[in-house]
Write a protein that binds this ligand. Structure first.
Ligand SMILES: *Cc1c(COP(=O)(O)O)cnc(C)c1O
Length: 403
């Protein structure tokens, strides 16, 4: 598995600006001129590829960023979108038509869950939500109308790891497209190399890493990306979630430090997760042997980058989780905010925020209890000092009940 190196793939890109700049030039134009009128006709007809027409279709900077992430994921092509949800929605709307069916991991980002549960049924696209670690349940949910198998490589918020090779085998057997949201684990996992057909990211999180932009990306085969951009039938072209070139340029510059950042996030999270566990607080972290997919992680991930920057701890009650988060913000451990992948540590209560779209009884069934705190561990250079602050916060609130 470790032959393919996503970091090397981005390191080796050579993008020059118009005047030899070491960064590509930003094309600040919504429309492009043609020297010959018949050429424009050919582009509209889809007969001519590779030249620029109109900014919603393609613009050079979006092309650079999409290609860079496609390379990082080991695939042929990509498109960038104005948000991660834009990437999820155009992909599913391109792959499915009225009457089609999706089998999805039940433990996914709340917005993706709500899209499949509440929105797509308006267009007669229905979804069965299953426990993705139960491969027999996944297979049993597949019907003759199923077109897509959907999961997150590391799922929000319980950090469950999907068995991509096994899901890819099922997708192949039933002729489905395996779509994987890799937002929590860029660089750590290469789902396409493991057999997935399409990978999605919310660039808003680790990939951009500066919490200043909402953005997304879809990568896959050239054929699929062309279908999304088709002027007559492409979901991205027609629904129009285009990213601005200035934003693409800033995300591309941040992409270059992603491998270094992921290593540091992993290093810090490993330290903090160990400390929480030593305190007797139930801690979910893929680096721990107690994590149900610990062995699977070691088998499928690029282990040089560690176990990722996300930790979940169980403070048992909602009150204690709220007290801890407020205390940690006061002690400047980080910020009480949703999202992830920032230089500063971010923490939130998933049940009441990013997973609140999932009904309470379903959250309970998945073990998404109300005392959980999701922590995106920052890039702190002195993580021991950060832990001392967290320890001070834990001492201030009531002793957390042993779980
Ligand atoms: C944040 C997130 C999304 C949605 O991305 P936006 O950029 O906020 O639209 C999708 N999937 C996962 C796993 C996420 O964390």
């Amino acid at each position: 598995m470790n032959q393919f190196d996503p970091a090397r793939s981005i390191q080796d890109l050579q993008y020059f600006g118009e005047y030899g700049g070491v960064n590509p030039s930003i094309e600040d134009s919504s429309t492009f001129t043609f020297l010959a009128a018949n050429k424009m006709e050919e582009v509209f007809d889809g007969k001519e590829q590779g030249c620029y027409l109109y900014g919603r279709h393609w613009n050079p900077m979006n092309h650079y960023l999409a290609t860079a992430i496609a390379k990082m994921e080991g695939c042929e092509a990509g498109i960038v979108t104005a948000s991660g949800m834009g990437a999820v929605s155009v992909t599913l709307m391109q792959l499915c038509q009225s009457g089609d069916h999706i089998v999805s991991n039940r433990m996914i980002y709340g917005g993706s869950y709500a899209l499949m549960k509440n929105f797509l049924p308006k267009y007669h696209v229905t979804t069965s939500f299953v426990d993705i670690t139960d491969l027999a349940a996944v297979e049993a949910a597949i019907t003759p109308n199923t077109k897509v198998l959907y999961t997150e490589c590391m799922s929000n918020p319980l950090l469950q790891i999907s068995n991509i090779p096994a899901l890819a085998a099922l997708a192949k057997k039933y002729n489905l497209k395996l779509v994987v949201d890799n937002t929590f684990t860029p660089i750590l996992f290469s789902p396409v190399i493991l057999g997935a057909d399409i990978v999605i990211h919310s660039l808003t999180k680790f990939i951009n890493g500066t919490s200043d932009t909402i953005a997304g990306v879809v990568v896959g085969t050239q054929e699929f990306i062309h279908s999304l951009m088709d002027v007559n039938s492409g979901a991205s072209m027609l629904l129009g979630p285009v990213m601005d070139s200035l934003r693409s340029a800033s995300v591309l510059k941040n992409l270059h430090s992603l491998p270094v950042r992921m290593k540091q996030h992993s290093k810090n999270a490993t330290f903090i997760a160990q400390k929480f566990a030593e305190k007797g607080i139930r801690t979910i972290y893929p680096g721990h042997e107690s994590h149900p997919e610990h062995e699977l992680y070691k088998r499928d991930a690029h282990m040089g980058y560690g176990y990722g920057g996300m930790i979940v701890i169980d403070m048992v009650t909602k009150e204690k989780s709220y007290q801890l988060m407020e205390a940690m913000q006061y002690a400047n451990v980080g910020y009480l905010a949703v999202s992830l992948g920032f230089y500063k540590t971010l923490f939130s209560s998933p049940g009441r925020s990013t997973s609140s779209e999932i009904p309470e009884e379903e959250r309970d069934a998945m073990g998404m209890t109300e005392g959980l705190v999701r922590i995106s561990v920052g890039l702190d250079m002195d993580i021991e000092e950060t832990w001392n602050r967290i320890e001070g916060c834990l001492a201030k609130i009531e002793e957390p009940a042993m779980a």
